[in-house]
Design a protein around this ligand. Structure first.
Ligand SMILES: [Zn+2]
Length: 246
């Protein structure tokens, strides 16, 4: 199926006319079709051709008693990164969870599990973005921790010791920004990636790893091919979503 065929239908999986066809597809092809529709919506948005589908009173009324979203999206809370707008989606299309830096906590995991277990979404999209302030803050808190660790050391050997267990110190921090975004920056630098965009990409990859690691519901859905997880990085300048492969 080409993306062009999705034009005009937008993210219509939650709406009449899709379910009958969808029921015959495997979960994997359903997830792929959902992701293709979302990316087609993103292209419309980036080109200034957004259709703003499924936002009319009839759609609202049709969804009073039910919802059947295609995908869950975990994205940054940044005001410029609204998933429904970026993917040109409508009411009932996306189950959206947003925190600064798309940082994962118990509430995020519980929300994703609800989407997978109760709403039967076939796709989770984890979406970071260009110029993410939460990543900046994580980098600043990391630098402050490194500066404090090396300043406290009496000699270069002690300073090296402090740096050797830095990942444990980050993991034990009271700051969730440092534990999550700061750890991503640290791991990116350890892999000799110094570009801010790479910090964002590493953080998206680590966020997906964390979601899988923390949730047996999600592990089970992945093991039984009921779920696909994709990583994406929204680019403020172009309006396009960069699809990440890991
Ligand atoms: Zn952000």
């Amino acid at each position: 199926m080409t993306d062009d065929q999705f034009d005009g239908n937008a993210c219509d999986g939650a709406h009449d006319g899709y379910d009958a066809a969808g029921a015959q597809e495997s979960h994997e092809s359903t997830a792929n079709a959902t992701w293709s529709r979302m990316l087609a919506g993103n292209r419309r948005f980036a080109e200034g051709k957004a259709e703003h589908p499924w936002q009319d009173p009839q759609t609202r009324e049709s969804l009073i008693d039910r919802q059947n979203p295609d995908a869950a999206v975990l994205s940054c809370a940044d005001s410029r990164v609204s998933p429904e707008i970026v993917f040109d989606a409508g009411l009932g299309d996306l189950f959206t969870i947003r925190t600064a830096g798309q940082i994962v906590d118990d509430a995020v995991i519980a929300s994703l599990e609800y989407a997978v277990d109760k709403l039967h979404v076939s796709l989770i999209a984890v979406m970071g973005h260009e110029s993410c302030a939460a990543i900046d803050l994580g980098a600043r808190e990391l630098d402050a921790m490194i500066a404090a660790a090396t300043d406290d050391a009496d000699c270069s050997i002690e300073a090296a010791d402090q740096m050797a267990d830095l990942d444990e110190r980050i993991a034990a921090s009271d700051s969730i920004i440092l534990r999550e975004a700061g750890m991503s920056v640290w791991q990116a630098r350890e892999a000799e990636l110094d570009d801010h965009a790479d910090f964002e990409r590493v953080h998206i990859a680590r966020t997906i790893e964390e979601i899988v690691m923390r949730s047996e519901v999600i592990q089970d859905a992945l093991a039984h091919d009921r779920l696909m997880i994709v990583g994406a990085r929204y680019q403020l300048e172009s309006g396009k979503v960069e699809v990440l492969s890991f």
